[in-house]
Design a protein around this ligand. Structure first.
Ligand SMILES: Nc1ncnc2c1ncn2[C@@H]1O[C@H](COP(=O)(O)OP(=O)(O)O)[C@@H](O)[C@H]1O
Ligand SMILES: [Mg+2]
Length: 228
């Protein structure tokens, strides 16, 4: 077993809803994410995938339990510290690609490096490197409207990984893509893990996306019912 970079320990998440009742979206979750692996959280819509990945990625806090990232219980940190960890050490890829439409792919990625205070003199080379890593070195100067859905998602992935995060969170990154394109994206994740040692956690409701995973957790009704 590799080194555990992130773990959830007895994590529960309750949501209070309008009528005063409580939804238990996560019930006593325990998982360990290993460094340099592709971990998939699978489950039907409503099973708790987004709630869990948001808690793991410090976008939300559990009602109970701990989240330990790189040796720190991040549930105990101030919002400012959590924000710093998110920006410097983590990366996020979402279902709908939110690229800036007025900027080319190159400029979209470069913009993120600027926000992350990436060294100015290394920015250009880094953009080229990550666009090449996602197979889009020939599309660098296209705007989002001049790219396919799959190319836009690849650009979003390049943008997410450009600042060299320790870990990448991807919540249903393939849900808006056709099956063939979705498989390409998942293979790209696999390559980033195998060849660049990245750590990626991805959610999906699509059973055909699981073959490439190193580890699969299945969620049902807020509980982990299977680990493969
Ligand atoms: N902000 C919220 N307020 C109330 N209930 C929520 C909220 N977010 C999620 N839930 C509920 O928690 C459960 C899990 O949701 P979610 O994590 O989005 O599932 P998934 O991503 O697997 O589709 C669902 O029953 C959902 O309705
Ligand atoms: Mg979801």
């Amino acid at each position: 077993m590799g080194e555990v970079i992130l773990s959830a320990q007895n994590v529960c998440r309750d949501f209070k809803i309008g009528d005063g009742s409580v939804v238990s979206a996560l019930k006593n979750i325990n998982i360990e994410i290993e460094q340099g692996k592709l971990t998939v959280l699978r489950g039907r819509s409503g099973s708790g995938k987004t709630t869990l990945i948001n808690i793991l990625g410090a976008l939300d806090k559990p009602t109970k339990g701990k989240v330990v990232f790189d040796g720190r219980d991040i549930t105990k940190l101030s919002e400012k510290k959590r924000d710093n960890i998110r920006r410097r050490e983590m990366a996020f890829v979402f279902q709908s690609v939110a690229l800036m439409s007025g900027l080319t792919a190159f400029e979209n990625v470069d913009f993120m490096l600027r926000l992350a205070n990436y060294p100015y003199n290394k920015r250009r080379a880094r953009v080229v490197e990550v666009m090449t890593a996602v197979g889009l070195d020939k599309r660098m100067h296209h705007r989002p409207s001049e790219m396919s859905g799959g190319e836009q998602q690849r650009t979003a992935i390049a943008r997410a990984i450009a600042h060299e995060p320790l870990i990448v969170f991807a919540d249903e990154p393939t849900a808006e893509l056709d099956t063939a394109t979705a498989l390409h994206i998942v293979k790209l994740f696999k390559e980033l893990v195998a060849e660049r040692g990245m750590t990626i956690i991805m959610t999906t409701h699509d059973p055909s996306m699981m073959d490439v995973a190193d580890k699969v957790y299945t969620l049902e009704d807020g509980e982990i019912v299977e680990q493969l």
